[in-house]
Design a protein around this ligand. Structure first.
Ligand code: HEM
Length: 592
């Protein structure tokens, strides 16, 4: 059977020729001549001989690329006849045919992704003793998860620190029902949730390099780009090296004056609230934005403000839609997202360009030792192995704004709430600060000596970890403990569950007891390394953890030097997860 499509230019009509091969004889060229036209579609040249016609009929082309077709210079009478008689009807029916084939293919794909593959995987897992909530078409378990989360948010809460049932009520319910390793469905995406600390440790340490970062979903990818948090392999090593250099040792020490300047700016505002109530979550949002903007990007908050506004809007759009499962091809607010993306990129490029205009002092290619400077130095590196692209520079900036601000904002806010509730610990911390710094601003040596404050910060990170789970993906089929896991399976590590587990932390696991960390983190987690993972572990451990704790220590020291604070009677305790763990109604304290 030969299907050909020809354009009779002279007549301005399309003709679809359909003949049984038995009635036609195919003449040379034997091998169809493949060409690509201006639209990129391939087309072939067939020579068809129709027995009933004396003249040879040359018909050009096949398939989709109508605009590629060239009219036959001299259309045969046979072709003209077809064109003038049944041409349009045949064409319509052929379109219908193609349409039906397309629909059938789509239906097969939907059947495979929506039913066949999930059902097969569920059976495969069940054979290994892994159970879980039943897969439901299109949504998987996302509707149940969302309902449970909404119910937990709307429930009246007492002032306890039992965070796990508030932020992950579905895990709390399913781990009891299905055991410590269970399968849940994020739409059609299977996720293995693992409550076994030993297995989690193995995944995070990733000795055999089989556990990869999860493929960010479309919009997370757009939000973060291919930054450090999502990169893999060589590309990740290159970016990680730059980031390690930027946020440790001397580089970090050099950032301390900027952190102090930002805290002073905040405390200046606080003077208007003396003897009154102040909402600290928003205050710390301004502080952390200012700090990351000054220290990492050498620009002031005002320059970075545009970026923060856009990132905040983008991230809330993203989060609001994260549990809404979309049918293929249907996406939410695509235009809005695209617009914000472009603006975001342009704003970051603007900061980059300004810096490129004025390389620092002695060397033409020295763009500074802050984060953006280091990135630009790498961008201009002559060695291809260290060189990064301008898109890498932009992606890194976005990743750091995003990873560094929200998380530290949360840490600071919860770290003020807890001493506000526990004046004895607040008093201890103040005593220590005054002993070390007196009324002076914090300095690097003194910061390293803040033992009581470190205990408070660690206990705050245990009770209210800003990041409550990590996700990885199996790069190939792999054995994990007694399980054999297929490739491309998402693995979820719910660190917040370990932080609140009475089997690990004792019957008072939900109480604020900084003394747990009196001999440092290592001692507290001696029997179980995975018991305390606010910054993750293994090669992908948070690159900014020293940065975040230093910033927190500086801000808290400077607050303690000036004020005592108690919880405001207006405070309503409602921690919930919105990307990070945050207070739903803010944290109001009285400044004395
Ligand atoms: C209290 C504050 C912070 C917390 C709780 C936190 C938590 C985390 C966690 C848990 C991870 C590991 C995620 C995983 O294994 O999948 C991580 C990675 C990361 N964090 Fe943080 N972070 C904080 C502050 C910061 C800051 C201030 C920065 C940068 C300025 C930063 C930048 C990053 C980056 C770039 C990664 C990815 C590292 C990689 O994949 O190699 N974080 N963070």
């Amino acid at each position: 059977m030969i299907w050909c499509w020809a354009l009779e230019k002279e007549k301005k009509c399309f003709v679809f020729v359909f003949r049984w091969k038995t009635k036609n004889k195919c003449l040379g060229p034997k091998k169809p001549e493949n060409r690509t036209g201006p639209n990129g579609f391939g087309f072939c040249r067939f020579s068809v001989y129709k027995k009933t016609e004396p003249a040879r009929t040359d018909i050009f082309g096949f398939g989709l690329g109508l605009t590629n077709f060239q009219a036959r210079p001299d259309p045969s009478p046979a072709l003209q006849k077809i064109a003038s008689s049944g041409g349009p009807v045949i064409m319509l029916s052929s379109f219908l045919c193609l349409f039906l084939i397309l629909i059938a293919l789509i239906l097969i794909k939907i059947f495979l992704t929506q039913w066949w593959t999930p059902t097969r995987l569920q059976k495969l897992m069940a054979r290994q003793g892994i159970k879980g909530p039943c897969y439901r078409l299109v949504h998987g378990n996302t509707k149940e998860i969302l309902n449970m989360k909404n119910e937990a948010i709307s429930r009246p809460k007492s002032l306890t620190h039992d965070l796990f049932p508030l932020v992950q009520p579905h895990y709390q319910s399913w781990v009891k029902k299905y055991g410590k390793v269970f399968l849940q469905w994020y739409g059609t995406e299977p996720q293995l949730v693992i409550f076994e600390p030993e297995l989690c440790k193995e995944i995070l340490n990733n000795k055999d390099r089989v556990y990869m970062q999860q493929d960010p979903q479309g919009f997370v990818k757009k939000l973060l780009g291919n930054g450090l948090g999502t990169a893999e392999g060589e590309h990740w090593s290159k970016l990680r090296k730059i980031a390690n250099h930027a946020f440790h040792g001397e580089s970090l020490k050099n950032m301390i004056p900027d952190m102090i300047a930002s805290a002073e700016k905040m405390l200046q505002r606080w003077k208007n609230h003396e003897g009154k109530e102040i909402e600290v979550y928003q205050e710390f949002r301004l502080l952390t934005s200012d700090v990351i903007s000054r220290t990492a990007f050498g620009s002031s908050y005002l320059e970075g403000k545009k970026i923060f506004d856009m990132l905040t809007k983008l991230s809330s759009l993203l989060f609001r839609n994260s549990y809404r499962v979309r049918l293929p091809g249907i996406s939410f607010s695509k235009q809005v997202m695209r617009l914000k993306q472009t603006r975001l990129r342009n704003s970051i490029l603007e900061i980059v360009k300004q810096r490129e205009k004025k390389p620092l002092a002695e060397k033409e290619d020295n763009f500074g030792s802050d984060f953006i400077g280091l990135l630009l130095n790498a961008h201009h590196d002559v060695d291809d192995r260290s060189k990064i692209s301008v898109d890498d520079v932009i992606d890194q900036c976005r990743a750091f704004y995003f990873a560094g601000q929200e998380t530290t904002n949360g840490l600071l806010a919860w770290t003020v709430l807890l001493p506000a509730l526990h004046p004895d610990w607040q008093g201890e911390a103040r005593k220590e600060v005054l002993q070390i710094f007196g009324k002076q601003n914090p300095n690097p040596d003194g910061i390293a000596k803040l033992k009581t404050m470190s205990m408070i910060i660690n206990e705050s990170l245990r009770l209210y970890p800003p990041v409550i789970q990590f996700v990885r993906k199996t790069g190939r089929e792999v054995r994990l403990g007694k399980f054999v896991l297929p490739a491309n399976l998402q693995l979820v590590i719910p660190n917040v569950a370990f932080h609140h587990d009475p089997q690990i932390w004792g019957p008072e696991a939900q109480l604020f007891k900084p003394e747990r960390f009196s001999e440092g983190v290592a001692k507290a987690t001696k029997d179980n390394m995975a018991a305390f993972l606010p910054f993750g572990m293994g090669p992908r451990i948070c690159v900014g953890f020293n940065f975040a704790t230093t910033e927190t220590k500086i801000a808290l020291s400077m607050i303690l030097q000036r004020y005592t604070f108690t919880l405001s009677p207006g405070y309503v305790h409602s921690p919930f997860q919105f990307l990070t763990v945050r207070p739903q109604h803010g944290i109001q304290v009285m400044l004395h």
